[in-house]
Design a protein around this ligand. Structure first.
Ligand code: FE
Length: 279
């Protein structure tokens, strides 16, 4: 057994995106450009409407997946194919943009707390132009594993060591996406494939990671070394995300909302968008 040690701590940068939404960009930042297959990881959380009301008016995506996990508040989603819905507190939307989607993501509230995460997951070269697909699940549809020691695990994707199966299906990078709550002093272990890239984001509390017990604090993202086991301990009552996936090991060409393998493919995406062929 090989325990994954903490390789890098990333604090992220405060940025403004969409029509002026304030958020913290952690992956996709100068500190951590990407963690294959994860292209971007944003944390948003504000009870100041002026920091989120402007939302994300219509914009395109091609070549990857966007995953929105809401902790608090409501976000309305609409796309060019006529799909729409509201992602509510505790719910997840796993959107496979594939060949192209033009969508908007707008707060469905004018006051109160809006908080959650957006993760971008890359698609392999041969799936980048696939048909778009949505997987939307409410909080009630996400399996929760409760252990005798007080551990609580919401299983968005993948499978826990005791067999609780996540609600999202993704054959491309076989992701694990767990939302874990631990009481103070409790240890947590989870098997992950040896060659996955894995990270932990601490929402609150403090963890010590690996056999070296390196601390990771609230608001920090920890990139883990390779290994087949994630092992950690909650130094205080803590809440965190554990996210893991198979790296694609393919060239990445980014152009704003498009993520392809070559510059030419990104230019093609911009041309398709301009000429109305994207979605
Ligand atoms: Fe988007």
């Amino acid at each position: 057994m090989s325990t994954r040690e903490l390789r890098q701590i990333v604090n992220g940068n405060q940025v403004s995106d969409g029509a002026g939404v304030q958020l913290k960009r952690i992956i996709g930042s100068p500190q951590l450009n990407m963690l294959d297959p994860f292209l971007l990881f944003d944390a948003f959380g504000s009870d100041e409407p002026q920091e989120y009301l402007a939302g994300f008016p219509p914009h395109p995506h091609r070549g990857f997946e966007t995953v929105t996990y809401m902790l608090a508040g409501k976000m309305r989603h609409e796309d060019s194919a006529g799909n729409s819905g509201v992602i509510e507190s505790g719910g997840v939307q796993w959107m496979t943009a594939g060949r192209g989607i033009i969508h908007s993501e707008m707060p469905e509230q004018e006051e109160g707390l809006l908080a959650g995460f957006q993760l971008w997951v890359n698609l392999p070269a041969n799936e980048k132009l696939r048909e778009p697909r949505y997987q939307e699940r409410t909080a009630a549809e996400i399996p929760v594993e409760t252990r005798d020691n007080g551990t609580n695990i919401k299983v968005v994707a993948g499978q826990t060591d005791t067999g609780t199966q996540g609600v999202i299906d993704n054959p491309f990078v076989k992701p694990l996406y767990l939302h874990v709550e631990l009481p103070a002093g409790i240890e947590f272990e989870q098997a992950v494939p040896e060659t996955d890239n894995s990270f932990i984001y601490v929402m609150n509390g403090q963890l010590s990671l690996g056999d070296k017990q390196r601390p990771l604090n609230s608001g920090q993202l920890g990139v883990l070394e390779r290994g087949d086991t994630v092992r950690l301990r909650a130094e205080q009552a803590s809440e965190f995300l554990l996210v893991s996936g198979q790296p694609l090991n393919e060239p990445v060409a980014r152009g704003g909302p498009f993520v392809m393998n070559t510059r030419e493919q990104v230019e093609q995406a911009f041309a398709d968008y301009r000429e109305g062929r994207l979605a």
